[in-house]
Design a protein around this ligand. Structure first.
Ligand code: DQA
Length: 150
């Protein structure tokens, strides 16, 4: 791990609409608010925070994180439930992976109950709204640190 940890926080489709999109489920924070929360929670660590609506772009960024990041936090949004390609990309990483969701998909429609990403994730944090991201940052930093010490 580099001297200062580098956390990649990658966000999938429709998360650019946070704040406007189904606020009863996802809350009122915008993605920019969530980025600010992550940066605050990360302290001195570097946060690389991105969002895309495109599966291939998300996979390119996961591959980038493989060599550039100390840990990866990912909210793949709907790709959580559909993307074997994303799972395969995640399986190529040896850094800690924290799967993060605003809502708790296991308590929603049946088609959200299965997560391909969970098969590669070190830890999953879900159901705390925007706070899920702060908890994910804390977990990612701890997991990255454990890896250095181990
Ligand atoms: C989500 C949950 C997914 O099921 C959904 O498709 C999303 C957001 C969440 O953060 O709660 O877009 O990942």
């Amino acid at each position: 791990m580099p001297e200062t940890p580098v956390l990649y926080v990658l966000n999938g489709p429709n998360l650019n609409l946070l704040g406007e999109r189904e606020p009863d489920i996802y809350g009122h924070d915008t993605l920019a608010d969530i980025q600010a929360r992550c940066e605050r929670a990360a302290g001195d660590a570097t946060v690389v925070f991105r969002q895309t609506n495109h599966e291939g772009v998300l996979i390119d960024w996961v591959q980038e994180a493989r060599t550039e990041a100390s840990a990866l936090i990912i909210n793949p949004a709907a790709y959580t439930h559909t993307s074997i390609a994303l799972l395969d990309a995640l399986k190529a990483l040896s850094i800690p992976i924290v799967e993060c969701h605003l809502s708790d998909p296991s308590r929603r429609e049946a088609f959200r109950h299965h997560s391909y990403v969970a098969l590669a994730a070190t830890k999953t944090i879900a159901g705390h709204g925007a706070r899920s991201y702060e908890l994910a940052v804390q977990a990612a930093l701890e997991l990255a640190q454990e890896r250095v010490v181990a």
